[in-house]
Design a protein around this ligand. Sequence first.
Ligand code: GDP
Length: 139
Amino acid sequence: MIANRTFTMIKPDAVENGHIGGILDKITSAGFKIVAMKYTQLSTRDAEEFYAVHKERPFYGELVEFMSRGPIVAAILEKDNAVEDFRALIGATNPAEAAEGTIRKLYATSIGENAVHGSDSDENAAIEGAFHFAGREVF
Ligand code: GDP
């Protein structure tokens, strides 16, 4: 994947709370183009693998359980400076600390159930995108 792309998930809490449409509107209104998208659910093993980097963190078990408890929307997004600009659009990990107007400020409920994922580097965007999408599913 190239440097102007990032990977996102609308997490189970935001799907359960009916925020798919609102979040997609924020994303496209901010100038991101959707180049891949699917409605899917992570198995426990998928979530363990996706978040393996956090294996030693005290919240790992809770995170895996949360991320696999219901459907998500996974997508690859394209825009100049995609990774950094998307992190700005979603806001801080903890919604209580997220800036006004950010997706997490608007839609997240807690530091764990924080509505959206956004890749933290071009390298991870490529790895995470490939985790969810075959080449023929990316446009
Ligand atoms: P992000 O890059 O902003 O998503 O944050 P991190 O990479 O630090 O953490 C990954 C994800 O783990 C977050 O988006 C949260 O869903 C979850 N998480 C982070 N910190 C906590 C915590 O203290 N408790 C719980 N339950 N989950 C957390």
